[in-house]
Design a protein around this ligand. Structure first.
Ligand code: CU
Length: 98
């Protein structure tokens, strides 16, 4: 089992990155991003109210009070739509490639 984990890590692309998304004026900015499996997405809530980044497929749910920062690691390829549970007009998507 441990050896399999090592093999997977060794096969992974060189460096995973971090993509930054702001929650500002009750919107995600940028609303559309492209990222790769293994990348970290970090949301920074710059508003004075709470927001969430909630994936429609259930793959992540980041709940952020005002001025907080939270993150998730992208685990699978595909397009992920997400929204804020408190403000249904806040919508965005991440296009995750391998
Ligand atoms: Cu919100």
């Amino acid at each position: 089992m441990f050896a399999i984990v090592i093999a997977v890590l060794a096969a992974a692309p060189a460096v995973a990155g971090t993509v930054h998304i702001a929650m500002k004026d009750v919107a995600f900015s940028p609303a559309k991003i492209a990222a790769k499996v293994g990348d970290t997405v970090e949301w920074a809530n710059k508003d004075f109210v709470a927001h969430t980044a909630t994936a429609r497929d259930g793959s992540f749910n980041v709940d952020l009070a005002a001025s907080k920062t939270g993150r998730t690691v992208l685990k699978k390829a595909g397009k992920v739509e997400y929204y804020c549970r408190y403000h249904p007009t806040m919508k965005a998507e991440i296009d995750v490639s391998k």
